[in-house]
Every structure is written in C-alpha cells, then in structure tokens.
Design a binder for this molecule. Structure first.
Ligand code: 5RP
Length: 261
C-alpha cells in the first residue's frame, strides 16, 4: 500500500510519522485538520495502540474529531482541559520564521485557538509548502455571514493601503453555495500573491467588523517537520535554531496503510 502513495502523500506521511515521536504519555494534544494532519492522527493512533501511550486529544474540526474517535483516540472539548502540551497541524505555507498561512481546509479558527492554547505547536508539511515570502496561497479569512459583502468590500479597501501584490477577494463555495465553517461562518479567500508584512496584515484584518479571524499564524509555530517524497525528514526548531535530518521507513507502517484499505 505504501508504494501506491503519491510522492506528495509519502512526504506528508513522513512528516506526520516523525511528528508523533514528540508525543509523550500523559500529554494533552491538539489535533490539526487536513490531509497531513489526518496521517498524523493515524500515526498517533498506532502509537497509542502499540506503545500504550495515554493521551487526551482536542480536535480542531468535527472532521478530525470523527477520524480520531473512529481510531479509538479520546477526544474532549478544549474547555475540559483548557491548556494543551502540544498541537500538531498542517499548513498551506510556511516561511523561514515559521509564520504560516492556514485555513485551506476551512478550520483556521479552531486551529488558531487550539494552537494558541498550546505550549508548543509543530507544523507538519511536505517540502513544497515552504516559501520565501507568504502569499502565493490565497489567504483564508473567516467572516460572519451577516453583511459579508460589506465585510468583503471593507477588506478590499483596506488592502489598498497594504504591501500586497494582488487584491482579489472571493467567497469560498461548495457545490455553488457558500462554504460554512464548523462555527457556521463564511470564508473569504484573499489572492494576494505576495504578503510584504504578514504581521501587519494579520492585525489590520482582525480590526474589520465582520472578520472573525484570519489564516495568518504569526509567532505561533515552534517547530516544522518537513517531509520529502523519498521518506527524508527535516526538523527545524525556531526557538533553539536546531535542524535535524533523518528518514522514515514506510515499510514499518504497514498497519496504518492497512487501516485505509
Ligand atoms: C486546514 C489547514 C490545513 O492544515 C492546511 O490546509 C494543509 O492541509 P493539507 O495537509 O491537506 O495540505 O489549515 O484548515
């Protein structure tokens, strides 16, 4: 089964597999959302099954909660535990400072709350997610449905005073209807192509009435685990400056792939 994964999925799997080495028994964990995070949840479930690890999980979406519970992981609400030891999540883009764009999977609000409520955040990503400057991936912004077109116009007007290369804003649709997040909000995707000052943009967007949260994660991520299609993995810690390289043996993970058959 491992051999049937595309190189990009092998890269995502390699990053996910390495990331669960950071999990220790007794930890309260935040579980991210997306295809890379889904691999991580499967790898975590395998460690719980095989190593007898005790963990308490808080999910960043209903989708991940269903996956985790289906694999036997205990999932509770954030308010039950209030603070977490570690969150592991994917990203749409990350830069050299480990600032991120997230929200491609429509879960940015819970993802930001959960990551911010964690002592440590680890991002898992395939190597293609690394960028010199954020912005090629459209920036998701979660907005209240009431008056969303006014909110969109205010965002467009605000973007004219900011250092971005393009200013197209579109409502995210699913089958022709506005996508609803887990919180019932809409998502606007901002095609900016290049974000000159991500910190400023993140602050300014959140000042606009109707904006709930934006997908820029600034100074939240501590470690990135970067996977490659051949199983190589690089771990970069922004706080210590340490960089480690290694590789993941896909043949050792037959149980995880068997879960998918
Ligand atoms: C969901 C996210 C995801 O982490 C991001 O979209 C990356 O997804 P994937 O691992 O499928 O590439 O932010 O809101």
């Amino acid at each position: 089964m491992a051999a049937e994964l595309s190189p990009i999925d092998q890269a995502k799997f390699a990053a996910a597999r390495r990331s669960v080495d950071f999990v220790e028994s007794g930890m309260k964990l935040g579980l991210g959302t997306g295809s890379t995070a889904a691999w991580m949840v499967r790898c975590l479930a395998e460690r719980v099954r095989e190593d007898g690890l005790q963990v308490t999980c808080v999910s960043t979406s209903s989708w991940t909660a269903d996956l985790a519970r289906g694999l036997g992981l205990p999932v509770v609400g954030l308010d039950e535990v209030k603070w977490l030891d570690l969150t592991i999540d994917g990203a749409d883009e990350f830069d050299a400072n480990l600032n991120l764009i997230k929200g491609g999977g429509a879960a940015l609000l819970q993802e930001k709350i959960v990551a911010t409520a964690s002592d440590r955040m680890i991002v898992i990503a395939d190597a293609a997610k690394e960028v010199a400057q954020l912005g090629a991936f459209p920036l998701p912004v979660e907005v209240i449905p009431f008056g969303w077109q006014t909110t969109k116009a205010l965002i467009e007007e605000t973007l004219y005073s900011l250092d971005v290369m393009s200013r197209e804003v579109s409502l995210r649709l699913v089958n022709g209807d506005p996508l609803r997040t887990d919180e019932g909000h809409y998502l606007l995707d901002l095609s900016l192509r290049r974000i000159g000052n991500p910190r400023q943009l993140a602050l300014v967007l959140n000042q606009i009435p109707g904006v709930v949260e934006n997908g820029l994660f600034i100074d939240i991520c501590d470690v990135v685990v970067i996977g490659h299609g051949d199983g190589r993995v690089t771990v970069r810690d922004i706080n210590s400056g340490r960089v480690e390289t290694g590789s993941v043996d896909l043949t050792e993970s037959r149980n995880i792939f068997a879960d998918l058959e």
